[in-house]
Design a protein around this ligand. Sequence first.
Ligand code: SF4
Ligand code: SF4
Length: 127
Amino acid sequence: MSYFQVNQNCNGCLACVQNCPARALDFVDQGDTRTLRHNMARCARCATCWRVCPQDAIEFQHLLENGWDEVVSLKLLRCEVCNEPVHSQQLPQSLDPKLVDMAGTLCDRHRVLRGAAHVRLPRRTKA
Ligand code: SF4
Ligand code: SF4
């Protein structure tokens, strides 16, 4: 999903591109199509594009919202005893099978209570 969004009023006039002080807007004309492009890494969120757009086409509020955007949704595996979410279904598939807990899907508490021999699934950390 793009943070920079325009509505159906956009007519491709390029006023936003020409006035963006950060060169965060660009366009590509290919064949019979003009594509407006936005680069979030360059964008200063100054709203100049929003102010100069003659069509009120830029949905700028999304850039200013202090909200969370969903990136991906994965199916959960839950603890077989208490139903607490444990990890995604995909996680065990990407690990060496020898590392995966063969005693079933259990939360930390019930794994201990059951005394299941297991290897904890590693949590990914960034350097
Ligand atoms: S200034 Fe507005 S109408 Fe013109 S290209 Fe940009 S978003 Fe579209
Ligand atoms: S908010 Fe400012 S920096 Fe970002 S695209 Fe619009 S004019 Fe460019």
